[in-house]
Write a protein that binds this ligand. Structure first.
Ligand SMILES: [Zn+2]
Length: 178
């Protein structure tokens, strides 16, 4: 069974936006590199956690003084790949030596639901601290969209109140950058 994975390598930009009417918004990240392109749809909470994890990380962690060049983890596809799906699982991690962030998103629909036992599709892409900073801002902005933002975590403050992940430790493990 082959690993159905598209590694876009280093991307120059990561676009994070919301789509749709208030109350029915969905969220997506768009990335492209010479290796291909991907549109990853996600829940608001997932986009918030990505923005928050990056923001917390870059606030605390200094960049290395002499970062090593980044090498993509997987070989390039034979022809540029193209992928669009709604992510069931998303992970973000950081490589200390190169100071490069990597996001991995997995598509649930291609997981074994029939006799074909298709492996899950995974897209991963990597980006520098500078791009990460822009992504974090864009993600938190898309999530809050016009509402006041919490000064601690950057998340939206709803009229009904705000459960701040900075003060109660409420966050998802996958998004914890260390
Ligand atoms: Zn907060």
């Amino acid at each position: 069974m082959e690993d159905d994975r598209l590694d876009l390598g280093l991307v120059d930009t990561v676009e994070a936006t919301d789509v749709g009417e208030p109350g029915q918004r969905t969220f997506k990240i768009t990335v492209a590199s010479p290796r291909g392109e991907a549109v990853i749809w996600m829940e608001k909470e997932q986009m918030f956690q990505i923005g928050l994890a990056i923001k917390q990380f870059i606030t605390v962690e200094e960049p290395p003084s002499s970062p090593t060049p980044y090498e993509p983890e997987y070989p390039a596809p034979p022809t540029p790949g193209k992928s669009e799906f709604k992510a069931s699982e998303m992970r973000i991690r950081h490589d200390l030596r190169s100071d490069v962030f990597t996001v991995e998103a997995t598509d649930p629909d291609s997981e074994a639901e029939d006799d074909n036992e298709e492996p899950a599709t995974t897209v991963q892409f990597s980006f520098t601290r500078e791009v990460a900073t822009g992504l974090s801002e864009a993600a938190l902005e898309a999530v809050s969209k016009g509402r006041p933002r919490c000064e601690l975590c950057g998340g939206p403050k709803d009229p009904g109140g705000h459960v701040c992940p900075k003060t109660n430790g409420h966050h998802k493990g996958d998004f914890e950058l260390a």
